[in-house]
Ligand binder design. Sequence first.
Ligand code: AOF
Ligand code: ZN
Length: 360
Amino acid sequence: GLRCEGSQEKEYDDGYYMRRCVELARKAVGCTSPNPMVGCLIVKDGKIVGEGFHPKAGQPHGEVFALRDAGNVAENGTAYVSLEPCNHYGRTPPCTEALIKAKVKKVVIGMVDPNPIVASKGVDRLRDAGIDVTVGVEEELCNKLNEAYIHQMLTGKPFLTLRYSLSVDGHFSDQLGEEVAECGGYYSTLLQEYDAIILSHNSLNSSFPASKEPGANQPLKIVVAESPTFPIQIPVVNTETSKVVIFTDKEAAVEPEAAQNGIETVVLERLNLTTILEYCKRQGLCSVLLDLRGKSGGFEEILREGFEQNLVQKVVVEVLPIWGGSTEEALPVELKNLQRSLKNLTSRKSGESVLLEGYF
Ligand code: AOF
Ligand code: ZN
């Protein structure tokens, strides 16, 4: 009779397992900063016997969870890790030692860790211990997973992404596509991915999408308010879950309720991006989203500085299915030129909008 082999064992390659590592890593999106997202698999005789990811800075690394999951079966198995295993004592002990102790025979690594205290020392340690090591599987994907972490490690500056909406005929718009503004749309995902968001007080007051899954990362909201005629009103926020800081060039710019609500106000002689980013860095924030929605006084200056000083790394443009923007205002010339030179441009649909992403 027919013999059914049950679930057929497919021959999976290194790329397949690495993509699974990245998928696992992303379960902690928005939760690991200043640490990277890392996923790990233990594979033995073509079967996944352990899975893990790094959930949060201070907690064990991805490798530790995957090894725990596999138990003794890890011996002679292969570990797949999206980032080079660390070889140092940080908040947690070195993953290289955990892998050696578990007696894995092979380690496949997505990319080398740009952190100068790791930077290939993890690979060296594993090889010295007689483990077969492969580096650079799905490297581009692993790079993209931690683009903010990598930028911040290499430059010492936060990773800055510019976001704005355009009508199909190329005008600025303050709108977000209807669906995308809701929880689960690209905008709420963006908010989760960034440690801080710079926005105008207009957009915080009006339509700031508050709906977020409980426990999701809440970026620091940096409100930019340039010389307002009237004191700006900041909506009552739950300062336990949602932190707000106001940067302004006018002492009396903020209604006194804000201070009572525990909101910090930073008064600068001149509003500028460099100081805001330095503030973020001091707070240990690695990624910042600059949202031009509802932009008000001060944003032009900040944008120009961002371009002139090469402070902007990435752009997310939402093209709305509308003609004509919110203002008659044309795109700043710098932005128009830079749009043309974006690299690695990708596009996808989100609700009725088209999302363009590119890098400088
Ligand atoms: C890994 N696996 O899952 C992560 C790594 O303070 P610690 O002990 O958490 O160390 C933080 C550093 O470890 C971080 O800056 C990065 O270099 C590396 N992160 N390494 O082997 C992981 N999250
Ligand atoms: Zn580690």
